[in-house]
Design a binder for this molecule. Structure first.
Ligand SMILES: [Zn+2]
Length: 273
């Protein structure tokens, strides 16, 4: 399915958008790890856009990363969520001045999962409803990873913050020139990646459309909600020729050269404090 079909079906009017060289400074303020999602800070002028906010339990890691970048949570003007898994939205409430951009479709799929699990539905029932493609084998692996226990421990609607700040990307105007939302469904129904005209190249903040550089690492992540869509989205991500920022790994380029994505944490390692 091409962009046009996606846009038409979902009423997207801002996918694509004007291409402009440079402008956005890209910094990783929370490193992508198997059990910690990457948070990317995009800065241009007075705009400070944070893509994904991690687990709620990683709030101090995120705060420290922002501090190293010289930014307070109050100065973040927008949060973009690639999807609504708990490891990407947990600290949304930390940013009182930010508009939150995410997919309504994804939100309306994910939150009932958390409510069901917390309401005591048995595991297999939950996953037959929300992940109809999941095999017994995959379910066993998720069970071992204690995914559902994690949801019970961590889900609290308060992590979302004030819902009046949410701007659903299927409907709301997209105000950021040089940032383009790329529908990448499959991992979740409404997953989006974000293409960035960076001041040192073009970036793709991939979220879990590409969670890891190396496929061998996969196994800790959730199975795709829709495998065929996931594979189609992966083809689009893999065709991107700039710097890819995976959801749970270090930035990289396909040609194997080291990606120069400046990490706030590293830039300041040499500082004396
Ligand atoms: Zn995810």
């Amino acid at each position: 399915m091409g962009d046009g079909a996606w846009q038409e079906r979902n009423g997207w009017h801002h996918v694509g958008g004007p291409r402009r060289t440079g402008g956005w400074k890209v910094e990783i303020v929370m490193a992508g790890l198997p059990l910690q999602s990457c948070s990317a800070l995009l800065t241009r002028g007075s705009e400070r856009v944070l893509v994904d906010t991690g687990f709620s339990s990683h709030d101090s890691v995120l705060r420290d990363g922002l501090e190293r970048a010289g930014v307070t949570p109050e100065q973040i003007t927008a949060v973009v969520n690639t999807h609504f898994h708990l490891d990407h939205i947990g600290c949304n409430a930390m940013f009182p001045a930010a508009m939150v951009y995410g997919s309504r479709r994804d939100y309306e799929w994910a939150v009932p999962i958390y409510e069901s699990v917390c309401g005591g539905e048995t595991r297999r029932e939950v996953f037959r409803t929300f992940y109809p493609e999941v095999t017994d084998d995959e379910f066993e692996r998720m069970d071992q990873a204690r995914v559902l226990q994690l949801i019970r421990w961590l889900w609290d609607p308060a992590m979302l913050g004030e819902m009046g700040r949410y701007r659903w990307i299927e409907e709301a105007p997209w105000p950021f020139e040089g940032l383009r939302l790329i529908p990448t469904p499959g991992h979740t129904p409404g997953h989006v990646a974000l293409e960035v005209d960076g001041d040192d190249g073009t970036y793709l903040v991939a979220g879990d459309a590409r969670a890891f550089q190396d496929e061998a690492t996969v196994g800790l992540d959730m199975p795709p909600h829709n495998l065929a869509q996931y594979q189609e989205s992966r083809r689009r991500v893999d065709a991107f020729r700039g710097i890819i920022i995976p959801g749970h790994d270090e930035p990289f380029r396909h040609d194997g050269t080291e990606a120069p994505a400046p990490e706030a944490a590293r830039e300041h390692e040499g500082d004396s404090h």
